[in-house]
Design a protein around this ligand. Sequence first.
Ligand SMILES: *[C@@H]1O[C@H](CO)[C@@H](O)[C@H](O)[C@H]1NC(C)=O
Ligand SMILES: *[C@@H]1O[C@H](CO)[C@@H](O)[C@H](O)[C@H]1NC(C)=O
Ligand SMILES: *[C@@H]1O[C@H](CO)[C@@H](O)[C@H](O)[C@H]1NC(C)=O
Ligand SMILES: *[C@@H]1O[C@H](CO)[C@@H](O)[C@H](O)[C@H]1NC(C)=O
Ligand SMILES: *[C@@H]1O[C@H](CO)[C@@H](O)[C@H](O)[C@H]1NC(C)=O
Length: 673
Amino acid sequence: MSPLAVLAALSSTLFRLASFVFLRVIPTSLAKPVLPSLFFSHLFFAWLSSPPAPETAAHQENDKSPGPEPEPATESKDDKAQIQAEGAPAETRPQTPQSVKRVSLLYELAALIFSLPSHLPRIRLFNFVINTVLFIAALDLVITPFVDAASDVVFTRIGAVLPDSVKVTARYPHHNLTEHVVRVLWRDPVQDDTWREGPVLNLTMANDWVGTARIDGLWPDTRYEYVLAKLDGSMLPYPLDPITFKTFPDPRLPGGNHFRFLATSCVTPNHPYNGPHYRNVIRGFDLMADYLFQEHTIDASADAQQFQNEVQATALPPAEFLLFLGDFIYADVPVYIGDNKEAYRRLYRRNYKSPSFRRIYERLPIFHAYDDHEFINNFAGAGNDSVPPFPSASNAYTLYNSEPNFDSSAAGQHYYEFQYGDTAFFVMDTRRYRSTVDTNIQSRTMLGDTQLAALHDWLSKVNETSVFKFVISSVPFTSLWSHDAIYDSWAGFPTEKQALLTAFHSVPNLFVLSGDRHEFAAIEFNTASGHNIYEFSTSPLSMFYIPFVRTLRSESEEFIEVPSPTNNFANVTDTTATNTGANRNNTVLTPLEKVMKYIPEGNSKWSTFEIDTTDPERPILKVEVVVDGEPSYHWSFVGKPSTPRTSSALGLFVQGGIYEIFNRIGLNPQKWF
Ligand SMILES: *[C@@H]1O[C@H](CO)[C@@H](O)[C@H](O)[C@H]1NC(C)=O
Ligand SMILES: *[C@@H]1O[C@H](CO)[C@@H](O)[C@H](O)[C@H]1NC(C)=O
Ligand SMILES: *[C@@H]1O[C@H](CO)[C@@H](O)[C@H](O)[C@H]1NC(C)=O
Ligand SMILES: *[C@@H]1O[C@H](CO)[C@@H](O)[C@H](O)[C@H]1NC(C)=O
Ligand SMILES: *[C@@H]1O[C@H](CO)[C@@H](O)[C@H](O)[C@H]1NC(C)=O
């Protein structure tokens, strides 16, 4: 084989490997220089290299000159001509023994796989076609967001849900409307025969035809539905069927709650790449919709046990909302979309256009946080809103994902808190105020002073009033992840993390939820005094994970002495099972941070949290981690008993909220309006 042929084979093989990695494993931005270079190098070397001599193994008599006879691989017509001219005789040499034929066949197979020089034009043609198809596929993946502006997308969804109101977001572009306003019509399907007039959304081009408004005056824990209409009251064609939603329960009522919610992060359409027909598919949302909403058709042939299981499966409380913890768009993967409002907005529109996502957002309220890829990789805003690309990126995020969220305690902020019954949530903004990496590590802040104060206020408030508390951070709170997590996650903010950790440990039943790493991990944070806290970091919903490479350490280097968990084992001196060692004072050494479960594999992951606080003595949290559609890990926790709630005698036997209370005592408040 001539050196040029070696180069041709090498560049083609590398190109194929790199294309596979780019399309199916990691859509890395490295592909931008690498794939075109390899593709065109191969074409170039294949063109320069001589038409190959027939396979060496056969000691064949074909003594075609190996001299340079440029043969443009791009000319399929030439190739076809040559198939007729020389392909047939070469294959049907009568004197070729069987073994040589087999070797020759193997060689041609290898030629096809590794782009080795082949005297068969059809092999050369196939090689050219394979590489060209791969190149076009990579190009399709890269340019789709640039060519598909998704400017026609029409959608509506529910955002923030409170006991007495909800936020409705809708997009209706200009050409679908005569007026620029859309009215929300809503009703309680049980109580109302006619639609009630809700808020008006004033849609403008400046706001990309998206608007968010609030339906007020609702009853807690009640199911409603809404549609969109013109100002004259005539219905708009979308949504075809009313969108239903249920208000949250009144947190002041005793009796506890039993509900589920989901948490995940990181989506990009069509990953792993499946072809241009899958441009709008976000597989993780399809898996999630199947998991949440599939009809539990009970097979007639199923046995009694199966039937029992099915009934139990359907007896789970409904999922009430999804927490999406950032990397909803990938502005810079595989190539940066550009720093202008339209560039960022189109990526949001592209997701809302996805039928996969539609299956979720038309049925489940979604509360968002952003992370770096809503801006650019490892973005740190340093509290300066003029730093690019914050203005453009924040504008698009605000319109599509932040306005629909709960209102922040401070105007214009993306962090917020909310409550589902007696469970409390605080969602952080970890990007806008974070110090840049050139700041001294001890004085770095992730949240900024105002947000930190809001978080501490919330902590001391919910400490007494709520049973379970969830702190939501787009990036992991644990410091066990390596690589860029060392500076991009809370590991890079040790002072602020330590102060928060101290406060968290003083609060019972507190959990941290995060995303970002494209891996799942459950982490236990131990403390010598106070309460252990737990973190569940779940991602991606539809994005890459890195195979083979493991980036999570199993425990931290710092150990602390904690009281021995049970006295039964207090004088067991043999503690081979773990790194913990017992000592004479009935204490054990335990790492500050310890992995309970690590699931790196899987392109699609989410966690489902089931909360049951109906027994105040035994509040329960159950976690289910679903990987590629399969439940893969279960964890449960019996919380500290909740503080006695102030309760009215009436409330004690009425669990359904104020609405039911009025119903039971014979009043129908809706008739008062
Ligand atoms: C909106 O307008 C576009 C272009 O005229 C049309 O293709 C689309 O079906 C319309 N959508 C709705 C919901 O009316
Ligand atoms: C909608 O907004 C525009 C621009 O702010 C304003 O001129 C118009 O009066 C508004 N329309 C309604 C119905 O609120
Ligand atoms: C904020 O960033 C802008 C643009 O980078 C810069 O011109 C300005 O001086 C910064 N402001 C502060 C207070 O640092
Ligand atoms: C939570 O309450 C406990 C007990 O009252 C108290 O010791 C702790 O400091 C409180 N923590 C916060 C963050 O308010
Ligand atoms: C400790 O070990 C001794 C000897 O095996 C046993 O008699 C004693 O009951 C143990 N104490 C506890 C608390 O288990």
